[in-house]
Design a protein around this ligand. Structure first.
Ligand code: BES
Ligand code: MN
Ligand code: ZN
Length: 507
């Protein structure tokens, strides 16, 4: 443990475990002293005890637009009007955003009540889930290294409804916990969350939740021939690890249940990406490179929540963890790596390291019985340039699988946009000395990175999610506070729970 970290030795904020203590209940009516959020649409019904008219509200610049809130202090209670925007456009994402706005408007309160009685077309349990997620995720702060985070943690959420929405509310808590773990891991500084610490976190949390956790150390990686991960690690004084997580569905009595399919997840776990000998400049991108393990973190976080959701799919996760640093022993430009299975890669840029560590795991994924492989990585700056910080890229060799990723992305409001897997660009990866090189020309960086990964999936149904842009949020955006977003955790949970083996006809 680095001396400069003082007494801090655990990378996860108390928030991860505190979420388990949050009470989420459903009540027929709000308590008289509640901090009560009341969703409203423009010119719609106002609560009778609000004692305001739309004319007055408009004079105070409240039109019930999405994200707008209006606080009305009462004797004991606090009433907060929460804008939903036009009723015809209401969906789960809008509700999640509205709940987040409510949680922001009431930052000094730990117990929030939200009216869910007239939520229009959104099914009750979906609405309940979205509201719980929005409230919990908007209040998230990484508090491990900060004396005062200035927001009160949520202790209780009461949803007011006469419908049976308890299961949806509970799901919301589980999914918010997944994102919280992913955020804690990504926000943890590199000296606190080394590859070894990541393995320890996976072991303690994974075993607690009933996942199988196997940790492959440097010797085991040499044995497996994982030259990609070993090569990237060559410059580091911290050892690499590959973490293999296995979730198997269980029947109610704890016995093994037959699964509805096998899904393999592969995550980029670069604990800190300095670029290696191709050292990154000291700019904002470099300053955020502790988040280069968000792919691996989101897989760990997602898989931790599968048992609670009784996910019917069998899921295996490979987390490829190391940092990427320059030193006298670091990988050089021109070095050739032998990846798992024997393919050789000429390293023409040590900063294109994510694809190198992923290659080994993709090959391992193809060696086991699996219906599909989905990888997730903060892979290319080009993806961030193309899609910005709120939309991730998706590419792959199977349209049915990509459609499942898009469906999960829509449901969780972790949006993706598909790039073409344009094989006409494959020749950019041709090398004079090895089977391929790790970087193409200056254009189409996201596509060419995906073409590199495709070389290792042996034609199995595969989709790749590039989260380089979405892993970090500069400032507060709906349910993201500024910092690491944990993007991908909820998407992967949804994907795993709803996964159906693809028939292959989509290829
Ligand atoms: N981790 C980065 C990608 C990245 C960039 C993530 C910006 C988040 C924000 C990746 O390892 C990388 O360094 N990519 C380089 C490749 C370069 C050598 C062409 C990039 O995309 O700039
Ligand atoms: Mn890099
Ligand atoms: Zn990287």
């Amino acid at each position: 443990m680095a001396a400069f970290l003082g007494r801090h030795s655990y990378p996860l904020a108390p928030s991860s475990s505190q979420l388990e203590g949050v009470r989420v209940t459903v009540a027929a009516a709000p308590a008289p002293d509640a901090v009560l959020g009341v969703p409203v649409v423009p010119h719609g019904k106002l609560p009778t005890d609000a004692n305001v008219t739309w004319q007055t509200l408009a004079g105070c610049n409240f039109q019930a637009k999405p994200g707008q809130t209006f606080v009305l202090p009462r004797d004991k209670a606090t009433l907060v009007l929460v804008g939903l925007g036009d009723a015809g456009e209401l969906d789960a994402a809008r509700l999640r955003n509205a709940a987040a706005a409510f949680a922001r408007a009431t930052e000094s309160h730990g117990r929030l009540t939200m009216m869910l009685a007239d939520i229009g077309a959104v099914p009750g349990d979906v609405a309940a889930q979205a509201v719980v997620e929005g409230i919990l995720l908007a209040r998230y702060r990484y508090g491990v290294l900060k004396a005062d985070t200035a927001v009160t943690p949520i202790a209780e959420i009461v949803l007011v409804s006469d419908r049976d929405i308890a299961a949806g509310a509970e799901r919301g808590k589980v999914l918010a916990a997944a994102t919280t773990v992913a955020r804690d891991l990504a926000n943890a500084p590199p000296a606190l969350l080394t590859a070894t610490a990541m393995a320890q976190a996976a072991q303690s949390l994974g075993r607690e939740r009933g996942l199988e956790v196997e940790v492959f150390d440097k010797d085991a990686l040499i044995e497996l021939g994982c030259g990609g991960l070993l090569g990237v690690n060559a410059g580091s004084s911290e050892p690499p690890v590959m973490i293999k997580l296995t979730y198997k569905p269980r029947a109610a009595d704890g016995s093994a249940a037959t699964s509805t399919g096998h899904l393999t997840l592969v995550g980029k776990g670069i604990m800190y990406d300095a670029g290696g000998l191709a050292l990154k400049p000291a700019d904002d991108v470099h300053a955020n490179m502790k988040n280069d393990m968000t792919g691996a973190g989101s897989i760990l976080a997602a898989m931790l929540s599968l048992p609670a959701l009784h996910c019917p799919t069998e899921v295996v996760g490979y987390l490829m963890c190391t940092d990427n640093r320059p030193s006298g022993t670091a990988l050089a430009m021109g070095d050739v790596l032998v990846t798992r299975g024997g393919k050789t890669v000429e390293v023409t840029n040590t900063d294109a390291e994510g694809r190198l560590v992923m290659a080994d795991a993709l090959v391992l994924a193809t060696e086991n019985e699996t219906d599909a492989i989905v990888d997730i990585a903060t892979l290319t700056g080009a993806c961030m340039r193309a899609l910005g910080t709120q939309i991730a890229g998706v590419l792959g060799n199977d349209e049915q699988l990509i459609d499942q990723v898009k469906t999960a992305a829509y449901a969780t409001d972790e949006p993706v946009w598909q790039f073409p897997l344009a094989r006409r660009y494959r020749k950019e990866l041709d090398s004079n000395v090895a089977d391929l090189k790790n970087l193409g020309g200056p254009n189409a960086g996201t596509i060419i990175a995906a073409l590199f990964l495709e070389e290792f999936v042996a034609g199995k149904p595969w989709a790749h999610i590039d989260i380089a842009g979405t892993a970090e949020s500069d400032d507060d955006v709906s349910w993201h506070p500024g910092g690491c977003t944990g993007f991908g955790a909820r998407l992967l949970v949804q994907l795993a729970v709803d996964f159906r083996p693809v028939t292959g006809s989509g290829r």
